[in-house]
Design a protein around this ligand. Sequence first.
Ligand code: ZN
Length: 178
Amino acid sequence: MNAEPVTVVTPEIREFAASMLESLRVFDGIGLAAPQAGRPLRLVVFDVPSQEDDADLLSQGEIELLPKMPLAVINPEIVSSGSELCEREEGCLSVPDIFANVVRPSRVVFRAMTLDGEPIECECGGLLARCIQHELDHLDGVLFVDRLSPAEHRRVDRALNRLLAFGKTHEFNRVVTK
Ligand code: ZN
């Protein structure tokens, strides 16, 4: 299921974004996409922590966006992905208690719009790039567990099946908003 673009930022959308940010805070997450909170909209909230990395190594996106956290954006896109890949452990509020390594591009060019209509376009690396890719996948109905290597998949297979047997599917929705 693909989420729909947000065409107008109504007061109701702002309220919804605020409730998503509140969920992030409560569940101690770093990103949440609207479909996880039950709305098929291209709306994502981030609260990616600043890294202690050497500032020289930070991408332009981290330099620009990390100070703006928490940040809600609409209609986010990945314009392009770098060729270098990296492996990093991911978890997801919609797939509770499962953590596994996922290989993704290290850097992506990210484009989005803030709720106030401020355009964003920058190359992002680090945890921010990882979080962007994870959250944008949610807008197209893709979960991180769909991207596991066969070995990683086998490793978490039993826990995943337990979740599914619990009567949940890809729309698994533990993140409750008001
Ligand atoms: Zn997720």
